[in-house]
Design a protein around this ligand. Structure first.
Ligand SMILES: Cc1cc2nc3c(=O)[nH]c(=O)nc-3n(C[C@H](O)[C@H](O)[C@H](O)COP(=O)(O)OP(=O)(O)OC[C@H]3O[C@@H](n4cnc5c(N)ncnc54)[C@H](O)[C@@H]3O)c2cc1C
Length: 385
């Protein structure tokens, strides 16, 4: 069993680290402070680096990378700016990936190249004001009418909502059938009746324009249904399996940044005439941080590897998200403690890491929902009665 990264994966890590430190680092604090999106020229540069089409095939302008490499890209970006990491992971794993996995050749030809090159930014929206963890209870309705559907409803907390051009939207086509009556629609921002609502003023991830979306009699051609209309819920769940590897990688990036900052500071900062990192209480915190981050990375790479080998990975994806997100929170809390009062002020990025980390325990399924997924798997395995 070889747990080392391949030459190409190491090269991807090196290149992404260089890009993040040379380009994104300058923006990370600004995006957070002003709650503004990345400038268009940086978005374009990311397109040139294939960051908007990490796993998309080269024929449509993507990099065609494996999922471990995908995780590395998200980790490295999130290490510097988790908000940018969020936009990238959602675009790639819950918009472009399901388009490529479930789309028709026509849908892929029409939307794939612009998404894979970052000419268009994508999102995926299920959540509504009354439907969060219980995604099957969505109220957004798509009524069939001749060669199209008429879409009405409201979505909440849409990542990339304020800047996106194209969204995969879950809507009920048959409310009586609950989850079996949910379809996924490819919806373009330019369609009449599409409206971006309030951009959320958030605790963290402030550089992502997470927003409400409203649909008022939006005419959606039938050819914009992703997969079969009755398969929308199943597609959503499969999509989130992919997405959770990305969120776990994002959490790993945030946690790693906090750990590295804390370890560096602990060896520089002296109290009682010695570096605070040489006090056992502090070095034990660093030891826990390093160990849990490494365990997160291994869980993520295992889920990624299973996915690449075409094996089931739904439970492993939930496990890596559960573990990496709780590790990110714990590590950020300990990092802040190591920085003492300096961790609490905005001059240093540690408090931003702390604010950014929290949401990884909530979106793409809360930690409680991850435990439901893992628990159901255990029940299937052990409940013989
Ligand atoms: C920054 C941000 C970005 C987001 N991006 C997107 C996006 O792009 N697309 C999208 O569709 N959604 C997005 N979301 C929404 C996110 O996925 C939801 O917030 C999340 O799924 C939880 O739903 P909720 O907030 O309605 O909480 P609720 O479902 O109301 O849950 C509240 C609490 O109850 C617990 N709970 C609920 N049901 C159970 C249960 N059965 N057993 C045990 N505990 C339970 C939860 O774990 C949680 O602790 C985003 C949210 C944020 C804040």
């Amino acid at each position: 069993m070889d747990l080392s990264l391949s030459k190409s994966q190491l090269m991807i890590r090196k290149n992404m680290r260089k890009f993040a430190s040379e380009v994104l680092d300058e923006w990370a604090g600004v995006l957070d402070r002003d709650s503004t999106p990345l400038p268009a020229d940086v978005v374009r540069e990311m397109g040139r680096l294939n960051i908007w089409g990490i796993q998309a095939p080269a024929e449509i302008g993507g990099a065609g990378l494996d999922t471990v490499s995908y995780s590395i890209v998200i980790e490295e970006i999130s290490r510097v700016s988790a908000a940018v990491g969020l936009g990238v992971t959602v675009h790639n794993s819950v918009c472009l990936a399901p388009l490529l996995a479930f789309g028709t050749p026509e849908q892929i030809a029409r939307y794939g190249p612009d998404l894979a090159t970052g000419k268009k930014i994508g999102g995926f929206t299920v959540t509504e004001p009354q439907a969060g963890s219980d995604a099957s209870s969505i109220q957004t309705r798509a009524v069939p009418d001749g060669d199209h559907y008429v879409l009405n409803g409201q979505k909440a907390f849409v990542t990339n909502g304020g800047v996106g051009d194209l969204f995969l939207v879950a809507a009920s086509v048959d409310p009586a059938k609950k989850s079996k009556g949910i379809a996924i629609f490819i919806v373009e921002k330019s369609m009449e009746g599409f409206e971006v609502g309030k951009i959320e003023d958030m605790m963290g991830m402030r550089g992502n324009m997470v927003s409400e979306l409203f649909f008022s009699n939006v005419i959606i051609p039938r050819e914009n249904v992703l997969g079969r209309p009755e398969d929308g819920f199943r597609i959503s769940m499969k999509t989130l399996d992919i997405g959770r590897i990305g969120i776990a990688s994002q959490a790993l990036g945030i946690g790693t940044a906090a750990y590295e900052a804390a370890a560096t500071y602990a060896m520089e900062r002296k109290q009682f005439d010695r570096p605070i990192g040489t006090f056992q209480a502090v070095s034990f915190m660093l030891a826990d941080m390093k160990t849990h981050l490494d365990a997160s990375r291994l869980l993520i790479y295992r889920a990624a590897d299973l996915k690449d080998r075409g094996m089931p990975y739904s439970t492993e994806s939930a496990m890596c998200k559960l573990y990496a997100s709780s590790t990110a929170m714990q590590v950020c809390m300990q990092a802040l403690q190591i920085f003492g009062g300096y961790g609490y002020v905005k001059d240093l990025p540690v408090e931003r890491f702390f604010r950014d980390a929290k949401i990884t325990e909530i979106y793409e399924g809360t930690s409680e929902v991850m435990k439901i997924i893992i628990g159901n798997d255990i029940i299937r395995e052990f409940n013989r009665f």
